[in-house]
Design a protein around this ligand. Structure first.
Ligand SMILES: Nc1ncnc2c1ncn2[C@@H]1O[C@H](COP(=O)(O)OP(=O)(O)OP(=O)(O)O)[C@@H](O)[C@H]1O
Ligand code: SF4
Ligand SMILES: [Mg+2]
Length: 330
C-alpha cells in the first residue's frame, strides 16, 4: 500500500520488523473489515513498545498477526533475520515459540479441563524434551511467577483468581524461553488492586529473562509507566510513534493529543475516551479517505480528505502521520 510511510529506526538493535502489515476480514456482501491497513514499525531488542488506541483500532489484530494467528492478508514480519511470515509447518511452530502472547482474559486462555501444570508444560512437550527437563522448567517458571507447583500444579483454572490465572499464563509463556512477549491488555480484566502486582511481575520477568515486550493497553497510565516507546493507532493506521516520555510530554498528532488530554491526572485507572465530541469512530469497513482521523480531528483541512499523510520522522525516533501537526499544538 503506497503512501503510508514507515516508522523504521536506524538502529542495529531491531529485533522485530513489521512491514506493510495488512489484515482484513470478510464482512459479508463482498465487503471487508480493514482492521490493519499497511503499518510498518520496529521493536528494539530489550525494549517495551506500548501499543495504544481506542477499541477496534487494530491493536490485538496487530499482535496476533505478528505471531501469524491468523497470518496477515499481506506484509512481512521478521524476527532477527528470520522472515516469520514466509514460514509454514514445523519452522513456523519453532519461531512461534519465540513469540509468546498473553491475553486479556486469563481464565479462558487456560484450558479449563487441564491441571495448570499440564497447561504450562504443554508447549515444552511438543519439543520432545525429557520428562525431567519439562518438570524442571515447569517448576522454575511457576517459581518465577511466585507460585509453588507442588502446591498448586494439580488444580484447574477455576480454582484460581484472575490474577493467579494471569500469573500462570505468564509462566506458560516463559516456559518457551520467548524472545518477545506480546501482552494484550494483560491487566484489563483484573481487579485494580491486583493490576499493579501483575505489571510489576511482568517488569521483573522482562529483566530476569531478558525479554522484549509489546504491551497493548487502553490504560495510558499503565502504558506510560511500562513502555520505552509508544505507538498510537487509529482505525488500522499508525498515527505516531515516539519515545514514551516525549510522546506524553509533546504529542504531535491531533489524535495523540486528544488521548493524552483525556487522562484525568488524579485517576490512575483512567480509560481512553478522547474528547472528539459526539463524532463516532468511523467503520473500518468503509474508512474515511485521506487521513482516517479527519472526521474527528479539530484541525482537519481539505488536504486531509484527499491525501493520506505519511509517517514522517519529525525528531530522531519520533514519527508522525499528520499534514498539520503544528495547528493547535502546545
Ligand atoms: N476475526 C475477526 N473477524 C472480523 N472482524 C474482526 C475480527 N477480529 C477483529 N475484527 C475487527 O477488526 C477491527 C480491529 O479489531 P481489534 O480487536 O484488533 O481491535 P483492538 O484495538 O484490539 O480493540 P480492543 O481495544 O477493543 O481490544 C475491529 O473492527 C474488529 O471488529
Ligand atoms: S490535521 Fe489532517 S492529517 Fe493531521 S490528524 Fe487532523 S485530519 Fe489527520
Ligand atoms: Mg484488543
Amino acid at each position: 500500500m503506497a503512501g503510508t510511510g514507515t516508522a523504521h529506526l536506524r538502529d542495529d538493535d531491531v529485533l522485530l520488523r513489521v512491514e506493510e502489515l495488512v489484515v482484513e476480514f470478510p464482512a459479508g456482501k463482498g465487503r471487508r473489515v480493514h482492521a490493519v491497513s499497511g503499518i510498518s514499525f520496529d521493536v528494539l531488542e530489550g525494549e517495551t513498545l506500548g501499543l495504544v488506541g481506542e477499541s477496534g483500532c487494530g491493536k490485538s489484530t496487530t499482535g496476533r498477526a505478528v505471531i501469524q494467528l491468523p497470518a496477515p492478508t499481506s506484509g512481512t514480519v521478521t524476527l532477527g533475520d528470520v522472515e516469520v511470515s514466509g514460514l509454514k509447518g514445523e519452522a513456523l511452530r519453532q519461531v512461534r515459540s519465540e513469540l509468546q502472547m498473553i491475553f486479556q482474559d486469563p481464565i479462558s486462555s487456560l484450558n479449563p479441563r487441564r491441571k495448570v501444570r499440564e497447561s504450562v508444560a504443554e508447549g515444552l512437550r511438543i519439543w520432545g524434551r525429557s520428562r525431567e527437563e519439562v518438570d524442571a522448567k515447569v517448576a522454575e517458571v511457576f517459581d518465577a511467577v511466585g507460585m509453588n507447583v507442588e502446591l498448586v500444579g494439580d488444580r484447574r483454572p477455576n480454582e484460581f483468581s484472575g490474577g493467579q490465572c494471569q500469573r500462570i499464563s505468564i509462566a506458560r509463556a516463559l516456559a518457551m524461553d520467548p524472545k518477545i512477549l506480546i501482552c494484550d491488555e494483560p491487566v484489563s480484566a483484573l481487579d485494580v488492586s491486583v493490576q499493579a502486582q501483575v505489571i510489576n511481575l511482568l517488569e521483573d520477568m522482562k529483566r530476569r529473562y531478558g525479554l522484549t515486550m509489546i504491551f497493548i493497553a487502553h490504560d495510558l497510565g499503565v502504558v506510560k509507566s511500562i513502555s520505552d516507546r509508544v505507538m498510537v493507532m487509529y482505525l488500522g493506521k499508525v498515527c505516531e510513534v515516539a519515545p514514551s516520555d516525549e510522546l506524553f510530554a509533546d504529542p504531535q498528532h491531533h489524535y495523540s493529543r486528544l488521548l493524552i488530554e483525556s487522562i484525568p491526572s488524579h485517576d490512575p485507572d483512567a480509560r481512553l475516551e478522547p474528547a472528539t465530541g459526539a463524532v463516532e469512530m468511523p467503520s473500518p469497513i468503509d474508512p474515511p479517505s485521506g487521513c482516517r482521523f479527519r472526521t474527528r480531528c479539530p484541525a482537519a483541512q481539505d488536504l486531509c480528505s484527499s491525501t493520506e499523510p505519511e509517517l514522517r520522522e519529525v525528531r530522531p525516533g519520533h514519527f508522525v502521520a499528520c499534514h498539520f501537526p503544528e495547528v493547535g499544538g502546545r
